[in-house]
Design a binder for this molecule. Structure first.
Ligand SMILES: Nc1ncnc2c1ncn2[C@@H]1O[C@H](COP(=O)(O)OP(=O)(O)O)[C@@H](O)[C@H]1O
Ligand SMILES: Cc1cn([C@H]2C[C@H](O)[C@@H](COP(=O)(O)OP(=O)(O)O)O2)c(=O)[nH]c1=O
Length: 219
């Protein structure tokens, strides 16, 4: 068992279709196999607030104001930190037990997707701890959209114009996070010869980055 001196929060971020769920789950599996205490969780969660959000964002006819959606995601996050995602304990509880918590999206998605006024979104997330590490999966819009097109249910966010805006916002969000002491790892999913890297290639690249960081964390 690899015991860390302190718990870690790793946030996976990126636009829809960038592989967040795939790669956050794979990283969790690999870290557990290597003997780390690691858990996978996601936002929106499956607690009462997260379930409400999932209903709202999958309902095309429910055109809720962006600020209401922002408040709901922020409430879900505080609940997630304190009481859990509906299946696990709160993130803060795992961190206190020196776990690695891998969250498939976190407060940076709130800023990217609802961030018309990013200062207000930051305020909403005032009580949400910074992640220790952000893994940002960088994928061209057309590749992400192609992957989403295979999906049965599409959320209100999954359209080209909106996701282009989200992708552009991430640049400033990651810079701000880095300024706040977050270790930002950008994973480019396209190889030099313009080939889409395989799931295994991307997953190994993520694991290598994380192991390097964990080694330094121990020092
Ligand atoms: N590197 C990759 N190459 C090809 N397909 C991928 C890659 N990463 C993810 N996918 C596929 O893209 C789809 C969306 O991945 P998913 O993890 O659900 O994205 P997200 O959670 O970011 O919306 C899935 O079918 C997944 O198998
Ligand atoms: C956490 C979070 C997610 N989102 C968006 C990103 C996605 O488009 C959508 C759902 O997240 P997603 O990761 O796609 O969940 P699922 O894999 O269950 O479909 O919610 C926000 O708009 N704000 C937030 O704070």
């Amino acid at each position: 068992m690899q015991i860390l001196e302190k718990g870690l929060l790793i946030a996976f971020e990126g636009i829809d279709g960038s592989g967040l769920t795939t790669h956050s789950k794979l990283l969790n599996e690999k870290l557990n196999k290597l003997g780390y205490k690691s858990i996978y969780t996601k936002e929106p969660t499956n607690n009462e607030i997260g379930i409400l959000i999932q209903k709202i964002i999958l309902d095309k006819n429910k055109k809720l104001d962006n600020n209401i959606i922002a408040l709901l995601f922020a409430a879900d996050r505080l609940y997630h930190l304190m009481y859990g995602d509906g299946a696990n304990e709160g993130i803060l509880s795992y961190i206190s037990k020196n776990y690695i918590v891998i969250s498939d999206r976190y407060k940076y998605s709130n800023m990217a997707y609802q961030g018309d006024d990013i200062n207000w979104i930051s305020q909403l997330n005032k009580f949400a701890i910074e992640a220790d590490i952000i893994i940002y999966l960088d994928v061209p819009l057309d590749v992400a959209l192609k992957r989403i097109s295979m999906r049965s249910s599409v959320s209100i966010f999954e359209n080209k114009i909106f996701l282009e805006k989200v992708k552009n916002r991430y640049n400033d969000i990651l810079r701000l996070a880095n300024k706040n002491g977050v270790k930002v790892v950008v994973i480019n999913e396209i190889a030099d010869n313009n080939r889409e890297k395989s799931i295994d290639e991307v997953s190994e690249e993520i694991l290598k980055n994380i192991i390097n960081i964990l080694r330094n964390f121990k020092k």
